[in-house]
Design a protein. Structure first.
Length: 261
């Protein structure tokens, strides 16, 4: 069982704040201030929230059942024979960066047998998201945050019973992760013209950064003798990621699917 560390008081309103181990930025449940637990002072930055449209199991589960009944890669009796075991609405923390990235690269094209040197600068602009929880099993790359729906953070937008997760990293760490991920992404995009890299160095220019919470449903369902996970967007009702049984395979085998299946 996760232990709660010693409480601190909100520097803005004085309310007690209970911290889970590893949490760096927490949001006061009384005044909505963001607090850096390392310093115990108010953390000032743009904090937004994506309002949840589907706030109860009764509103989201029909969409989950609909997802189970569609798609040729699923067992035909998935909707009929699966049983919902658990459904949890979580408010997940993300850093979202509007960033211009420039990657200087040197490498070789070897597939032709000529070892042709390739070098240059690859530039691209992104809205890139970093999940602010360490070790979280969440398909961040597959999740398209509906930024057009965001509003300034307000406690009234947190649905009753939802699990509100605080951040386990702050902005400096998120920027380091951002640079690493953009460097890897540039390598991936450049793989059409470079087989072996000898150097990649990515520089980033952050145009804007914000911290936001987004609603996500984590649904566990049983089919046969195994339990699978389905992740759904609490704002749109769309599937983000799923584990599904593979048709015709033995019990216990499954494949991972991404949104739209």
């Amino acid at each position: 069982m996760t232990q709660v560390v010693q409480s601190i008081k909100c520097p803005n309103c004085g309310a007690p704040l209970e911290l889970e181990p590893g949490e760096i930025i927490i949001t006061c449940g009384f005044c909505a201030s963001d607090i850096n637990t390392a310093t115990g002072v108010k953390y000032i930055f743009q904090h937004s929230i994506i309002p949840a449209r589907y706030t109860t199991p009764e509103t989201i589960l029909p969409y989950a059942r609909s997802w189970m009944g569609k798609g040729f890669l699923k067992p035909p009796d998935l909707a009929k024979k699966s049983r919902i075991m658990e459904s949890t609405l979580e408010l997940l923390p993300f850093f979202v960066f509007h960033v211009k990235a420039s990657t200087e690269y040197i490498g070789y094209l070897t597939r032709t047998g000529t070892n042709e040197e390739r070098k240059g600068t690859f530039e691209k602009e992104y809205f890139w998201k970093i999940m602010a929880r360490r070790g979280a099993e969440f398909p961040t790359a597959e999740y398209s945050v509906p930024l057009e729906s965001k509003v300034p953070f307000n406690l009234s937008q947190v649905p009753p019973g939802a699990k509100f997760l605080s951040a386990e990293m702050e902005e400096d760490e998120a920027r380091k992760v951002l640079r690493q991920e953009l460097d890897a992404h540039a390598r991936h995009l450049l793989s059409d013209i470079v087989d072996t890299f000898t150097k990649t160095e990515t520089k980033i220019e952050v145009e804007e950064m914000e911290f936001l919470h987004a609603p996500v449903w984590i649904i566990k369902y049983q089919y046969g003798d195994r339990v699978y996970r389905l992740v759904m967007d609490g704002a749109s009702g769309k599937d983000i990621w799923a584990e599904i049984p593979s048709p015709g395979e033995k019990k216990g085998f499954f494949k991972k699917m991404f949104g739209g299946a």
